[in-house]
Design a protein. Structure first.
Length: 226
C-alpha cells in the first residue's frame, strides 16, 4: 500500500440539488465556498489516484481505513455543531473550532458522495449493514442541503446522486450513476469482487484474532499484589 497516498487521504478527511431560489450567501460563506472548491479538486484528485490503482484488494484496504476515519470525523463534528446550536442555514460560524466542524461536515459528506459513486459495491458492502453510518450521512446530507454551499456550481448534483445511489431518496426514473455508464464499475466482475471481499474479511479477522492472542489474559492489580 502506498503510505504517502494513504496519509494524503487522511489529510483530506480532516481538513446540491436544492429547489427554489438559492439563498444569498454571506461574505464569510462566499469565502468558504471558494476554499471548498479548492478542497473538492484535491479530493477528486485523490480519488482519481485510488481508481487508477486497479487493484480491488488495495482499494478495499484503503477504503476500509478511509471510511472509518471519515465517519469518525463526521460524528465528532456533528456533536460539536449540535452542542453549539449551529444551524446549517444560520450565520457562518466565526469560532475556529466551529468553523472546522462545519467544514468537516460539508467536505466529508461531499467526499463520501464521490466515493459512493465511484465504488458503489465496496461502499454498499459497508454502508448497508451499518445503521450508525446511515443516520450520520442522512444528517450530513440534510445539513449540507441547507448551507447554501451546494447551491449551483459544478458540485451541486453530488448530494442528490449520492442519496439516490444509497437508497436514501427515491431514484429518479432516469437516474444513472455517471461513473457506471459504459463500464462495469471499477472491478471486473461480481464473482471476482465478492471473492476479494471474502479474502480481505478473512485476513482482517485473522489479524484481529492474532492481536487478541498476543494480548493474552491480564492479571489484575489486586491479584499481582497477593
Amino acid at each position: 500500500m502506498d503510505l504517502q497516498f494513504l496519509a494524503f487521504l487522511f489529510v483530506l478527511l480532516s481538513g446540491t440539488d436544492t429547489t427554489g431560489t438559492p439563498k444569498p450567501l454571506s461574505p464569510s460563506l462566499k469565502i468558504y465556498k471558494k476554499m471548498f472548491e479548492v478542497k473538492r479538486r484535491e479530493q477528486l484528485s485523490a480519488l482519481k489516484n485510488l481508481v487508477q490503482l486497479g487493484d480491488v484488494h488495495q482499494q478495499y484496504k484503503i477504503l476500509d481505513i478511509m471510511l472509518k476515519g471519515l465517519f469518525k470525523v463526521l460524528e465528532e463534528s456533528r456533536t460539536v455543531l449540535i452542542a453549539a446550536d449551529i444551524l446549517p442555514d444560520g450565520p457562518f460560524p466565526q469560532d475556529e473550532k466551529l468553523k472546522d466542524a462545519f467544514s468537516h461536515v460539508v467536505e466529508n459528506t461531499a467526499f463520501f458522495g464521490d466515493v459512493v459513486l465511484r465504488f458503489p459495491k465496496i461502499v454498499h458492502h459497508y454502508f448497508d449493514h451499518n445503521s450508525n453510518w446511515n443516520l450520520l450521512i442522512r444528517w450530513g446530507i440534510s445539513f449540507c442541503n441547507q448551507t447554501g454551499v451546494f447551491d449551483q456550481g459544478p458540485y451541486s448534483p453530488i448530494l442528490s446522486l449520492m442519496s439516490q445511489e444509497l437508497g436514501i431518496s427515491e431514484k429518479d426514473s432516469d437516474f444513472q450513476n455517471p461513473f457506471k455508464i459504459g463500464r462495469a464499475e471499477f472491478v471486473p466482475s461480481t464473482d471476482s469482487f465478492q471473492k476479494a471481499l471474502r479474502e480481505e474479511e478473512k485476513r482482517r479477522k485473522k489479524e484481529e484474532k492474532r492481536k487478541e492472542i498476543r494480548k493474552g489474559p491480564r492479571i489484575s492489580r489486586s491479584q499481582s499484589e497477593l
